[in-house]
Design a protein around this ligand. Structure first.
Ligand code: HEC
Length: 116
């Protein structure tokens, strides 16, 4: 009965490393990316506007987002802006999720500029 015990350990070890790998800067799955896009325009949109043109929070057009580093944006998304209404999303978003959102805001954001 040595083998099943060993196998169990290997499986447990694999299960434990999977979430770590997901946080090591890998892309979220395409399913997760679709969820993140919905979250951006609906949840973030509840303050920043469904089209990101602003509301309680400032507008988030692509050209303005490019003035931040990707790291800074991901940090704002994960930890919020203390002393303001901008909440941290750490409980709901992994580091990879926050990175993906930051990248999306800078490169694939539907709102390119406020100058249109
Ligand atoms: C409860 C309202 C609220 C929600 C929800 C919210 N934000 Fe914010 N956000 C704010 C406010 C208010 C500010 C401005 C804070 C300040 O600088 O005083 C802000 C600032 C920001 C900034 C910095 C913008 C700048 O020009 O300085 C970014 C980026 C941002 N939010 C992204 C997001 C993202 C992405 C989400 C969703 C994951 C989100 N926010 C959800 C209220 C919100």
């Amino acid at each position: 009965m040595v083998l099943p015990a060993l196998l169990r350990r290997v499986l447990i070890a694999a299960a434990c490393t999977l979430p770590l790998m997901a946080q090591a800067g890998e892309l979220p799955s395409s399913e997760r990316q679709a969820e993140l896009e919905t979250l951006l325009y609906q949840d973030c949109g509840s303050c920043h506007g469904m089209t990101l043109r602003g509301g309680l929070g400032p507008a988030l057009p692509r050209d303005h987002m490019q003035t931040f580093s990707a790291e800074a944006l991901a940090h704002i998304i994960q930890y919020g802006i203390p002393g303001s209404a901008m909440p941290g999303w750490q409980a709901l978003l992994s580091e990879a999720d926050a990175r993906w959102l930051a990248d999306h805001l800078q490169t694939d954001n539907r709102l390119q500029t406020l100058d249109d």
